[in-house]
Design a protein around this ligand. Structure first.
Ligand code: F6R
Length: 259
């Protein structure tokens, strides 16, 4: 188990650091399979990554991008489709072609069947090398809503009120947010060879504390990251629970404070 905590002075510093980590991973393993979150937190990191790609800092022609989650009942061309979001902010800026994108839209059939095809495709590509995650306001990873356990597989979930509320800010109102989603399972996420969790803003401070503190619990799915192999948490100063943190997790980690 290895958990590295990195605290940055600002969201911009978090984004630069995250882009650097992701870019280094792509440069080191051009065949990399990257599971990538949407949401607001990684946006600026993806922007910096796109700029680095344009200046040829690494080669993306062999990398694969895997969608982390998708709403049920939303077509790929719907304004709310998370695959569209991912294409705009990450896939297109990195010039990853469609053949190297694994999404929940990659197969016909009902959402259950799509989940099975999604899992099989990831397996056929050798599993996930790097997972880029945001932290849900309720501790979810992808849409693994509380309660979720490490053995939970890729599946359809009903969104909690907390997630519907936070997603409403993406699309207009709570009525615009679908009630169900397909999510990469906890098992897929936790098996990633490297995990990057990005956390920004004071509204995430308490849930980050619960992620890092005390016993891992299904009530905070992200707390199971402490049991994963190779996790880097990059939090900005606003999100950092700092001195309130007493955990063994924190004691065992390298804490790196960046300007
Ligand atoms: C997005 C996703 C979610 C978000 C989380 C944080 O694909 O899976 O788990 O990462 O809800 O969202 P933001 O970054 O908007 O606070």
């Amino acid at each position: 188990m290895a958990l590295e905590l990195c605290v940055t002075e600002s969201y911009e510093a978090l984004s630069l650091r995250a882009a650097e980590v992701i870019g280094d991973e792509i440069a080191r393993s051009p065949n990399i399979v990257v599971l990538a979150a949407t949401g607001r937190t990684p946006l600026q990191a993806y922007k910096h990554l796109g700029d680095a790609c344009d200046s040829a800092a690494f080669d993306t022609t062999r990398m694969t991008v895997v969608q982390l989650d998708e709403y049920v009942g939303v077509a790929a061309d719907d304004r709310r489709a998370l695959i569209g979001w991912s294409k705009r902010v990450l896939i297109d800026p990195l010039h990853v072609d469609d053949g190297r994108v694994v999404s929940f839209h990659g197969a016909d059939g009902d959402p259950e069947e799509r989940c099975r095809t999604y899992d099989a495709t990831i397996k056929a590509r050798g599993g996930v090398d790097l997972a880029i995650l945001g932290l849900g306001p309720n501790g979810h990873l992808g849409f693994n809503e509380p309660p979720s356990r490490p053995s939970d597989t890729t599946r359809i979930v009903r969104l909690t009120e907390a997630s519907i509320e936070s997603n409403a800010s993406y699309w207009g109102s709570v009525d615009d947010v679908p009630t169900h989603a397909m999510t990469a399972g906890m098992d897929v996420i936790l098996a990633a060879r490297r995990i990057l969790l990005l956390v920004s803003g004071s509204h995430k401070r308490e849930i980050l504390r619960r992620t890092l503190d005390g016993e891992a619990t299904p009530d905070v799915p992200a707390s199971y990251l402490r049991e994963a192999a190779n996790v880097t948490v990059i939090a900005d100063r606003d999100a950092w629970p700092g001195d309130d943190l007493e955990t063994t997790a924190a004691a065992e980690t390298a804490i790196d404070v960046l300007a």
